[in-house]
Design a protein around this ligand. Structure first.
Ligand SMILES: [Zn+2]
Length: 104
């Protein structure tokens, strides 16, 4: 299934980039795993926590590519600006929705 608004985005390239980032972060996470406890190494713990969040977001973005909804805001359903997706390929919400979420 294809949605016209995502036609301009090179989805194949995006998917490869997301998969690359996912692999990279999983590798880092695996390396940090033995130390990633607040009592052992708080920095590693923090780092691995943020990697886990990103991995969840990247996985969700890959699922959206598979579902044909990639590039659409998961909150309002409007297309996410291409410039935003370039910077943050796994962005789930448009800038307006994201700023509301952060302000809340
Ligand atoms: Zn939105």
């Amino acid at each position: 299934m294809k949605i016209p608004t995502t036609d301009s985005i090179a989805l194949g390239g995006v998917q490869r980039e997301l998969e690359r980032q996912l692999e990279e972060r999983l590798a880092v996470l695996e390396e940090l795993q033995p130390f990633a406890l607040p009592s052992v190494d708080p920095v590693a713990y923090q780092t691995s926590a943020s990697h886990r969040v990103a991995i969840g977001q990247i996985t969700a973005a890959l699922n959206r590519i598979a579902a044909g909804t990639y590039g659409l805001c998961t909150r309002c359903g409007r297309p996410i600006a291409a410039a935003r997706l370039e910077v943050l390929p796994y962005a789930a919400a448009c800038i307006e929705c994201q700023s509301h979420a952060e302000a809340a």
